[in-house]
Design a protein around this ligand. Structure first.
Ligand SMILES: C[S@@+](CC[C@H](N)C(=O)[O-])C[C@H]1O[C@@H](n2cnc3c(N)ncnc32)[C@H](O)[C@@H]1O
Length: 281
């Protein structure tokens, strides 16, 4: 990828401008990073200090000359903001509509499991939220839930496997699930061992690797549609849909929407980011 240094010479004065220039070059969307730019700029600033580089144009030259720096920069763009039970409206639809529909279909097809993929799972908050919902509010007989949760960041995956969380991460989780699911140890909450059953945390960069399907539910929230440019996110979305069961559900973040070209995904309730894969034959 060629970085047009001359075009940027006049304007590259702030981190803001640096990001507006570099993000599309790396396949990211500036709009997705607007709210979190301070965090990202702090990381970039520290990195430039480490390299003894004092301005953004010199840093661009450095990236141009050192291909490994692209990967370092890519890691600095990793946003890991999340929490348990994020968007309670989504969990209400999962409980009242999505899971009952999938359980009914699985029974009719004599299947013994339902498969769910939490993409960009971060510290595991989403995967454990789904597990608690399944075990305490649904728990149908003779049917298992398997959860595949992947992320490219090994640090968050280590936290996910350990299952220890600060109180702030759990503030939206219903009290009854907090009481049942966790043990308190000093200032942290530790998920009980039984809730780790059938959750598989995988280290994968979704741009090059995806877990094996088919999936009944894919949760891809506050991730590819927010941070990746269309040239990256749309092919990924197509690939993800090819890993879904017909009649399966795709869930996005509440501020994200499915591009109109993905007409097979029908929103099931106005205003809620829950889509069903309808394939006409
Ligand atoms: C903002 S968090 C969203 C977490 C959760 N899905 C939610 O909605 O709360 C985005 C997550 O995606 C992960 N991620 C970013 N790029 C990725 C990639 N290329 N492949 C896999 N995971 C990635 C990040 O490490 C981070 O944990």
């Amino acid at each position: 990828m060629f970085i047009c240094l001359l075009c940027t010479f006049i304007v590259m004065k702030s981190c803001h401008e640096f990001l507006q220039h570099i993000l599309p070059e790396l396949g990211y969307r500036w709009a997705g990073f607007r709210k979190v730019r301070r965090q990202v700029c702090r990381r970039i600033h520290n990195r430039m200090q480490e390299l003894d580089i004092s301005n953004y144009l010199d840093y661009l030259y450095y990236i141009e000359e050192n291909s490994a720096e692209r990967e370092t920069l890519d890691r600095m763009l990793d946003i890991t903001i999340t929490r348990f039970w994020r968007d309670k409206g989504v969990y209400a639809i999962l409980e009242q509509t999505v899971f009952p529909d999938l359980i009914e279909s699985a029974r009719q097809e004599n299947r013994t499991n339902i498969r769910c993929w939490s993409a960009g799972c971060c510290n595991g908050e989403e995967a454990y939220s789904i597990q608690l919902l399944w075990q305490h509010r649904l728990s149908p007989e003779k049917l298992e839930l398997e959860i595949i949760a992947n992320d490219l960041n090994p640090t968050v995956l280590e936290r996910a496997r350990a299952g220890c969380y600060p109180e702030g991460a759990l503030k939206d989780l219903p009290d009854e699930l907090l009481e049942k699911g966790f043990e308190r140890k000093d200032s942290t909450y530790v998920i009980k061992e039984r809730y780790k059953h059938n959750i598989h945390f995988l280290e994968q960069d979704i741009r090059t690797e995806m877990p094996g399907g088919p999936f009944d539910i894919i949760l891809c929230r506050n991730f590819i549609l927010t941070y990746f440019d269309r040239t990256v996110s749309e092919p990924l979305l197509s690939k993800m849909l090819s890993l879904m069961q017909k009649g399966g559900y795709f869930i996005t973040g509440s501020t994200e929407s499915i591009p109109p070209s993905f007409g097979d995904l029908k929103q099931i309730k106005k205003g809620e980011p829950v889509y069903k894969l309808i394939v006409n034959q």
